[in-house]
Ligand binder design. Sequence first.
Ligand SMILES: O=C(O)CCC(=O)C(=O)O
Ligand SMILES: [Fe+2]
Length: 280
Amino acid sequence: MSQQVITTELCEWITEQSRVGHPSESILAAMTGSGWDEGIARQALARVLGQSATLTAPPGATPGLPEPELSRFSPVLHAGDREVKVVMAMRQPRVVVFADLLSHEECDGIVALATKRLARSETVATGADGSEVNAARTSEGMFFERCETDLIRRVESRIATLLRWPLDHGEGLQVLRYRPGAEYQPHYDYFDPGHVSTPNILKRGGQRVATLVIYLNTPTAGGSTIFPDIGLDVAPLKGHAVFFSYDRPHPSTQSLHGGSPVLDGEKWVATKWLRQGVFN
Ligand SMILES: O=C(O)CCC(=O)C(=O)O
Ligand SMILES: [Fe+2]
């Protein structure tokens, strides 16, 4: 094909492919397979789905996405040292809720370790390199080093087995404590391709492609994890977890989510973010 032009029809076709759930790499493959020049195809994808619609994989990146083995929809999954239950699974966007990912003792153990190290949570600053305290996130938090203690290592290797994603592609576990009134307003976990600090962040392991939020206690009221695009509220129950993945850093993934305000009691979560490649 010569003189290839990105037409409105092509853009509409890409939008539809994405809407029905095809990852951008598959759309790209379909386009190049039918004769589109790869450069033009990437341009069209970027125009329709966002600047880095086609995630440029870092060296050593694992193809695909983290994903539990749900092909037979077994209600119980063997995650190495523990049987984890599947409570519900949504295909598009991919959201899976697990029960019994952690025992109550493991939850208490992580809370005890984290309590000593809590500081006001920080998020990526707007318009500058670095981070700052953000009013949208009124929790307090800390990060563990990967495999920092035997307990953390055990939980991380269970997560790696459950989600079939290498342990070294995960960031260190982050623990957040929300007091009454605290919340985490809806946001995306991937790094904004348009942000000045993103290219630097991506040098370590590439983009985030999935999130696992583990509930370390059960608040008395409020504190559900909300997914506004799909009208989903996930109840924060001790030992349960919600998993979601996103194949591109773009709102069309419908991975917008937040922690709704805690109304009574405290809410503790541990978040594991998974990257495309090795995170060191
Ligand atoms: O607290 C929650 O339910 C959500 C936490 C979250 O979005 C995050 O840690 O990125
Ligand atoms: Fe988040």
